[in-house]
Design a protein around this ligand. Structure first.
Ligand code: SF4
Ligand code: SF4
Length: 701
């Protein structure tokens, strides 16, 4: 209690004693919040299951890194710094807010352990924390209204902006900080007027400034300010608590859980149904997500947890080239749907909250939106709250495929995959033709593995390298490199089917399992000890989608190792005017973190000039999608590949090196479309290494 002004628990307002009033506010506030949260949990309880209760230590590690450590926020410097400051402020102020709440019903309450020096230090720290949070709110409002980053904009096709909601909530937090500071300042000002020992306020903090402003004010008025500030704090606190679950600030409550339950093995695709093994897939009545309740509870938690920061869409190549997909709005639309169809009172108008949900495709999402994704992973890489997209998109595709909604341009390749094991419909016996060309056989013999023809290493070639005339050159370069380093290797030839990587990501799970099972049998029968591939899609499939196969490496990893061991040495590059840049294929880089090996190889070539594109490594920009994306004709304003070659030109490069056959097709095509033919070229890392490595005969000379 402060002598001279009444304690807030003793002040009588509207004929009600402070203690009673604040007790009622507490009970009402907590009860309302509990009711709202219970209602928000209803769709999660009706959702599909999701197994996220394993490996608690790994999950806690994620919480420390991504939630407490705010790991991803600095990727956007201004917004990230603001968020880190606000988050740190909230964490520091949490105990103070709790103490202030209790003071209303127990006037002398002090948090245990915080009555002496520790309490004093804590007060100083929280004075500054409240000031910083207040200032951040002012800056955030200005950013939302005046210097609005482009990524906050909402194209008309995706709905309306949530700016008003965001600004209102930022304003509420600012009011909370002012009320808290004013409460403290009034207490200190009254102590000062009465000549009592004054609680030291942090110099230049908001409470300190407000205290100076209150010093000349009459004591009675200070008493009213003291009580009024407390009431404002209480009401704002509970209003915020109960209002947040209605908009983008719900993430304040859900983010901790969303990060804890985040996917631990990001590279492994979600099964069709958790708890249903591949052998029992034929018993699953309906595949994928068709209605809102088909999403898993974790995916619904993602919807609640999105902060609408726009980082995912800002990095999404589909969004960048004007395809009808923006990951942010996949989430925002679903959250708006959840709020509308699971209202706080009663049932939704269309009865969806009673389990009669409408199909999502056609109502919430369009087919083109769902097929536009290249599964590049840029959105997931960027999201500070670890919201997942690829699994949801694949699940929506599974639902479309299950209903027979396959895009026209994909029907033929999918049928060919079913009948011939490759999307081109080519004969199996032609699979090894690339290796049987006479000229090539004179320099390198590639054996086809069989009962009498064993090897230590399998070179898994995959469809595009086997059948595409241009890309076969990557296959030959890979074989020559393996031969050069003395690898005892072979190929499966006609026994190899498409890896099924894209088939799976296009939602054709049963076709994928058939292709995978065939390949697994063939690989096991070959008796190899390890696998090498030059195709990041095959690499990803063999590494993460297949089970019980030997360890797999991408050729760039093999080359990097053999450069270090000295088995691969390079001639100096001759064309001095060439400037190289490396394009990270999504399924080698972002999905498997192979960033350094290809760069180390390039840097080991004497005289090679290399520059980095502004978007590289885990921020690499997808070339347009691999696998079946080559057959899909999306609605777009510009090709992704064209955007990518323009980025290379901006970086000052005239040679793009990549390490993926699909990237090669897209980039070479894009160079032509961008009118850069003759000025820019693309080459695969294996081709470049084959071209520049010192061979035995050269060594002898
Ligand atoms: S995976 Fe890539 S293309 Fe798909 S939504 Fe995310 S960023 Fe966009
Ligand atoms: S999903 Fe993540 S990155 Fe995208 S808007 Fe929401 S919080 Fe931001």
């Amino acid at each position: 209690m402060v002598e001279g002004i009444q304690s807030v628990s003793q002040v009588t307002s509207w004929l009600v004693a402070g203690r009673t009033l604040f007790l009622v506010i507490h009970i009402l506030g907590v009860a309302c919040f509990a009711y709202i949260v219970a209602k928000r949990l209803v769709p999660l309880l009706r959702a599909e299951r999701d197994l996220r209760f394993d490996r608690p230590l790994a999950r806690l590690e994620k919480v420390f890194k991504f939630w407490l450590g705010q790991w991803k926020h600095p990727r956007y410097k201004t917004a990230g710094t603001l968020h880190i400051l606000i988050f740190a402020g909230f964490i520091l102020l949490a105990m103070r807010a709790f103490t202030v709440l209790i003071v209303g019903v127990s006037q002398n309450f002090v948090m245990p352990g915080f009555s002496g020096r520790a309490g004093h230090i804590y007060d100083i720290v929280t004075d500054y924390a409240a000031t910083v949070v207040f200032l951040c709110m002012v800056v955030a409002v200005i950013r939302r209204l005046v210097f609005k980053p482009v990524r906050y904009e909402v194209p008309a096709r995706f709905g309306k902006a949530h700016t008003a909601d965001a600004v209102f909530l930022l304003g509420l937090i600012a009011i909370l900080m002012v009320a808290d500071s004013l409460f403290e300042a009034a207490k200190a000002a009254s102590q000062s007027q009465l000549g009592q020992p004054v609680e030291t306020l942090a110099v230049l903090s908001l409470p300190w400034i407000l205290q100076i402003a209150l010093l000349p004010v009459a004591l009675a008025t200070i008493g009213k300010v003291y009580a009024g500030a407390y009431l404002l704090h209480e009401v704002t606190f509970y209003f915020l608590l109960c209002y947040r679950p209605f908009g983008i600030q719900f993430h304040v409550e859900t983010s901790l859980f969303n990060v804890y339950f985040a996917k631990l093995d990001r590279e492994i695709l979600k099964p069709v149904r958790w708890g249903v093994s591949d052998e029992h897939l034929d018993q699953v009545k309906s595949f994928g997500v068709k209605t809102f309740e088909d999403f898993t509870w974790k995916h619904m938690l993602d919807f609640y947890s999105c902060a609408d920061c726009g980082r995912c869409s800002d990095n999404c190549p589909s969004n960048a080239v004007g395809r009808p997909l923006s990951p942010r709005f996949l989430t925002i639309k679903a959250r708006d749907y959840a709020f509308q169809h699971y209202p706080m009172f009663g049932h939704s108008d269309d009865g969806s909250s009673n389990g009669n949900s409408k199909p999502l495709i056609g109502h919430l999402y369009s087919e083109d939106e769902i097929w536009s994704c290249t599964t590049c992973g840029a959105c997931e890489e960027e999201c500070p709250l670890l919201v997942e997209y690829i699994d949801k998109i694949v699940d929506l595709r599974r639902g479309l495929i299950d209903d027979g909604n396959v895009p026209q341009s994909l029907q033929k390749p999918l049928k060919a995959l079913e009948s011939r094991g490759n999307p081109y419909g080519k004969m199996e016996k032609k699979k090894a033709d690339w290796a049987n060309a006479k000229e090539f056989q004179q320099v390198c013999q590639v054996k086809t593995l069989g009962k009498s023809n064993g090897a230590d290493t399998l070179y898994f070639v995959d469809s595009i390298t086997s059948y595409d005339d241009r890309i076969q050159s990557i296959g030959r370069a890979t074989a020559k490199i393996l031969d050069h380093v003395g690898e005892n290797f072979g190929i499966l030839g006609a026994a190899e089917r498409d890896s099924g990587h894209e088939v799976r990501r296009f939602g054709e799970e049963l076709l994928f399992t058939a292709l995978r099972d065939h390949n697994v049998d063939a690989i096991k029968a070959s008796g190899v000890k390890r696998i090498v591939t030059a195709d990041p899609h095959a690499f990803n499939a063999l590494k993460h989608d297949y089970k019980d196969v030997p360890e797999v490496e991408h050729i760039s990893q093999v080359i990097a190792r053999e450069v270090k061991s000295g088995k691969i040495k390079f001639n100096a590059v001759e064309n001095g005017d060439k400037v190289y840049t490396y394009h990270d294929p999504c399924y080698l880089g972002r999905h498997n973190q192979v960033y350094d090996d290809p760069r180390d190889v390039l840097d080991a070539i004497p005289g090679l000039k290399r520059v980095e594109m502004s978007r590289s490594r885990d921020r690499s920009f997808c070339c347009g999608g691999g696998g079946l994306m080559l057959f899909y004709e999306p609605k777009e304003e510009q090709r992704m590949g064209v955007k990518r070659v323009q980025m290379a030109a901006e970086a000052g490069a005239n040679v793009i090196v990549t390490a993926c056959p699909f990237c090669m097709v897209n980039l070479e095509d894009a160079i032509k479309v961008a009118g850069l033919e003759g000025k820019m070229t693309a080459i695969d890392l294996a081709e470049l290494v084959d071209q520049e490595m010192v061979r035995e005969e050269q060594k002898a000379v």
